[in-house]
Design a protein around this ligand. Structure first.
Ligand SMILES: [Zn+2]
Ligand SMILES: [Zn+2]
Length: 125
């Protein structure tokens, strides 16, 4: 078994692999909208880096998502693109695997972009 140590990495390969997983169904993204219009992005499935199970529920207060607040400078490059394409969201692995993460952090540290078409609101809650 490969031992994956915590590394805050926004390498494009994680986004590529995340997209592959979305296509095969190993990673599922959906957006739900509540009665008052608040939207939430759900991402469930395999982390593209450590392959542990991730489970996100992210509030979408604006169309560009939470990327800037969440990840800061690390993904500035990615965010430029994200800002122009509102349905791309940057998330960070939040698996419960052991990766020697710093105190207060979870997951293996990988950041990646996921695609969540807002035109396909999955369901209303
Ligand atoms: Zn991970
Ligand atoms: Zn993990």
């Amino acid at each position: 078994m490969v031992n994956i140590t915590y590394d805050e990495s926004a390498a494009p390969v994680w986004t590529e692999r995340a997209h592959e997983r979305i296509l095969t169904g190993a990673l599922v993204t959906r957006i739900t909208e509540s009665a008052d219009g608040a939207r939430t992005l759900f991402v469930d499935g395999e982390c593209p880096r450590c392959r542990d199970e991730c489970d996100f529920a992210l509030s979408l207060e604006t169309d560009v998502g939470l990327s800037t607040r969440e990840v800061g400078n690390l993904v500035d490059q990615l965010n430029e693109e994200s800002a122009n394409r509102a349905q791309i969201y940057t998330v960070r692995c939040n698996c419960s695997g052991r990766h020697d993460a710093p105190v207060g952090k979870r997951g293996c540290g990988a950041f990646f972009n996921v695609f969540a078409p807002s035109s396909e609101i999955a369901g209303r809650v």
